[in-house]
Design a binder for this molecule. Structure first.
Ligand code: ARG
Length: 468
């Protein structure tokens, strides 16, 4: 949109070199204040730390430091109250705050930018902002995991069909399925902590690209802002956006996992499956079909994974082939990153609220596990224990299943005589392996679906997730 605008653009902070005002459209086109104002809190924290360090180094007087500190505090207040005037002619969050500071406290405000640049400033702000975001996302992820693990413990004995190719494969317990979800999320949690660990080095002091001629104390600002250490190379400090890419990668994988869970919930809530009911408060109806109750929350979460993958690709493409050091391209890092944070948080929140409220229909699950010859592998394993080679046992059971299909009956419907038609190795001890409960209980080893294993795994997961 290129309407005229009446901002006074001869007053920019870099105006000294310029002989004409910025074109009004270019001003809007290059500005980021409309979105990077989200970084205001972190920008103020970074400026406080920088000013305190400048005063300790004798570059600012105590009087100037006091003026800056008080000015920044009232700016923070104005922003919180909504009375701060954001100006597009001041381009971005950094220049909006700095220009306002100078309005409020005069020359001391103009000294704040000594020994720094917006390039190290913005890198620091985003890192501080993302660190906070990772902390709140991690809490939400933990809340979701706790909900899943508690539900798993409650359903350590609930039998359902396990699938491969979405065809009934072998009986499993619902608790075991839920704990598989938890494993995915546990890795996601680890990836977020890795991202936080690697981002936690302070770029402040790199200035525009080469460092500064002032006797700054980089360790001091790094400590004050809670970083583990200052970054080691000034060029890399201002151009590195790996942390944003890493976060978006971790976030895209997490939403991929959420989309898989969402897909299962959508399938399970269908009339054909009927394994799960999602309480009404997480669903919506149809404006035309009165009978409909749609699983909107899982569907939307499934859909959100698309934009998360998009954000990752956006950032990778943004950084690809960029020469050192800072380039204006990097201003494009913020919107995808901000949206990735909000979207991931919201998806986790929706699931964390919904999962503990899921209502499994244990009878439907059990009935479904009885269909599809889910204990056929158990029969084959039984024959192996009676001395048949596995391939021969597989062949025998294939014939048994074929017989049942032609008669439209299940394995549990067969008598001992029926079974012995196929192999005389079969005795009356076969029936315990053909039951669903016998089948799941037999897979009693680390990582198996036996209720004892699921109970132990759920307890261990509950303990480790609660003690983070
Ligand atoms: N708004 C800019 C950004 O988001 C801040 C850094 C600008 N630095 C510069 N030299 N133009 O990346």
């Amino acid at each position: 949109m290129s309407t005229s605008d009446d901002t006074d653009n001869t007053s920019t902070l870099w105006g000294g070199r310029f002989s004409e005002a910025t074109d009004a459209f270019v001003q809007r086109f290059t500005a980021s204040e409309g979105f990077d104002r989200q970084l205001a809190q972190e920008d103020i924290e970074g400026s406080m730390a920088h000013a305190t360090m400048l005063a300790a180094a004798g570059i600012l007087s105590d009087h100037e430091l006091t003026a800056i500190t008080e000015g920044l505090a009232s700016i923070q207040n104005e922003i919180e109250q909504g009375s701060f005037e954001w100006r597009v002619d001041r381009e971005d969050v950094h220049m909006n705050i700095e220009a306002r500071l100078t309005e409020l406290v005069g020359d001391a405000g103009k000294k704040l930018h000594t020994g720094r640049s917006r390039n190290d400033q913005v890198a620091t702000d985003i890192k501080l902002w993302l660190r906070r975001a990772i902390e709140s996302i991690s809490k939400e992820l933990t809340r979701l995991q706790l909900g899943i693990v508690k539900l798993a413990e409650a359903h350590a004995h609930t039998v359902m069909p396990g699938f491969t190719h979405l065809q009934v494969a072998q009986p499993i317990t619902f608790g075991h399925h839920l704990l598989a979800w938890n494993e995915m999320l546990e890795r996601d949690w680890g990836r977020l902590q890795d991202c936080r660990y690697r981002l936690n080095q302070c770029p402040l002091g790199a200035a525009a690209l080469a460092g500064t001629t002032f006797p700054i104390d980089r360790a001091m600002t790094s400590d004050a802002l809670g970083f583990d250490a200052p970054t080691r190379n000034s060029l890399d400090s201002v151009s590195d956006r790996d942390f944003a890419i890493e976060f978006c990668a971790a976030a895209a994988i997490t939403t991929t996992h959420l989309s898989r869970m969402a897909e299962e919930l959508v399938i399970w809530t269908s009339a054909q499956f009927g394994f799960i009911d999602i309480p009404d408060r997480f669903c919506t109806g149809s404006s035309i079909m009165p009978q409909k109750k749609n699983p909107d929350v899982p569907e939307l979460v499934r859909g959100k994974s698309g934009r998360m993958n998009g954000h990752l690709i956006t950032l990778l493409t943004l950084m690809k082939s960029q020469p050192l050091a800072y380039n204006k391209d990097n201003q494009e890092d913020k919107e995808p990153l901000f949206d990735a944070v909000t979207t991931l948080f919201d998806c986790l929140r929706a699931f964390a609220d919904m999962v503990p409220a899921l209502e499994p229909d244990q009878e439907r699950m059990r009935a479904a596990a009885l269909q599809g010859f889910s204990t056929a592998t158990d029969l084959a394993d039984y024959l192996v224990r009676k001395g048949l080679p596995f391939r021969d046992a597989h062949e025998v059971v294939g014939k048994v299943v074929g017989h049942c299909v032609s008669k439209d009956i299940t394995l549990e419907d067969l008598s001992l005589d029926d079974l012995q038609e196929f192999s005389d190795a079969i005795g009356d001890d076969v029936f315990s392996v053909l039951t669903l409960e016998g089948s799941v209980a037999a897979r009693n080893h680390l990582g198996g679906t036996a209720p004892d294993q699921v109970t132990a795994a759920a307890k261990a997961a509950l303990e480790s997730v609660s003690n983070r």
